[in-house]
Design a protein around this ligand. Structure first.
Ligand SMILES: NC(=O)c1ccc[n+]([C@@H]2O[C@H](COP(=O)([O-])OP(=O)(O)OC[C@H]3O[C@@H](n4cnc5c(N)ncnc54)[C@H](OP(=O)(O)O)[C@@H]3O)[C@@H](O)[C@H]2O)c1
Length: 271
């Protein structure tokens, strides 16, 4: 959604990184202006990130925005057959928690937090070059790193998995720290925290609550899950992205923008 939105609204080049070439090519093929360029890369590999940054440096010389968007999910919170309204026994909960591999748990933070940290490190030299672009506007729109966190990072109701919520909360703080660390260099750091948006990663969650299609029509979701009674749409996500990347958001630094249709407002949260 973000890449298509940037392509449709004037970006010169939109590089998308991921491990699966076919998925990247499929996303690139939907760009109406043809500016989306796939690069096969793994954000948990320094070699892979360095190779991607070297290629982009050779082709573009700088980057205005880096979006650290990779995400992974984790072992579920509730054993099969149980839920917040039908809680498991403490023994069943302990057995279920113990059964997951440690690597499955840590991979979630590995992608969200470690991956974002090294993505930032790999692209800082290209971000700083955006500040010296000859045609920069006045006042300038400083380059930035945007990370995709989640409403789950604030949600104390364990609707998402515990590993996911903890990883995204860690990501929020990493980004706030980066905002402070990088401010003297004229590089910003901001966060988008989405609620329900249909995607490959979210398909399971949509199915579990019985949502057909992309859920973006008012009434598709019950108020008890999302006060807006629908999932986020492509326009919703592109709007937030363009705000942060463009003139309107140029004064925004160190912020977390929730785009959740009001979901957090009706859940126990720590926002
Ligand atoms: N959809 C929602 O409702 C929702 C809500 C809150 C937050 N989010 C967050 O939004 C972000 C985007 O997710 P999405 O919902 O759009 O799902 P998605 O389409 O499945 O996107 C997740 C992407 O992460 C990439 N990825 C995972 N591990 C990677 C790695 N090691 N290196 C490089 N890329 C990696 C995947 O590509 P490969 O597998 O090909 O590498 C995939 O393209 C995630 O951070 C997610 O946590 C989504």
């Amino acid at each position: 959604m973000m890449a298509r939105g940037l392509d449709a609204n004037g970006a010169a080049r939109v590089y998308i990184l991921g491990r699966r070439e076919k998925t990247l090519q499929s996303a690139a093929s939907k760009a109406i202006n043809g500016t989306i360029i796939p690069i096969v890369a793994d954000v948990t590999s320094k070699d892979s990130l360095a190779a991607a940054a070297a290629r982009i440096s050779a082709e573009s010389g700088h980057v205005d925005v880096v979006i650290a968007n990779a995400g992974a999910t984790s072992p579920g919170t509730y054993p099969p057959g149980s839920s917040p309204s039908n809680p498991p026994t403490i023994e069943a909960l302990a057995e279920y928690m113990w059964s997951a591999d440690i690597s499955a748990f840590t991979n979630v933070a590995h992608v969200a937090v470690t991956g974002t940290y090294y993505t930032a490190a790999a692209f800082l030299p290209l971000l700083i070059k955006a500040n010296s672009k000859a045609n920069r506007s006045n006042p300038p729109i400083h380059p930035q790193i945007i990370a995709t966190s989640s409403v789950a990072s604030f949600n104390r109701t364990p609707a998402a998995t515990l590993a996911y919520a903890a990883a995204k909360a860690g990501l929020n703080h990493l980004m706030k720290s980066l905002s402070t660390l990088l401010a003297p260099y004229g590089i910003r750091a901001n966060v988008i925290a989405p609620g329900f948006y249909l995607s490959e990663l979210a398909t399971g969650a949509f199915k579990k609550i019985g949502i057909q299609g992309d859920g973006t029509q008012e009434g598709d979701f019950p108020y008890a899950l999302v006060p807006a009674k629908r999932a986020g749409s492509e326009e919703d996500m592109v709007g937030v992205t363009l705000f942060l990347c463009g003139r309107s958001g140029a004064y925004v630094n160190g912020t977390i923008i929730l785009s959740d249709g009001g979901r957090l407002g009706i859940q126990q949260g720590t926002y």
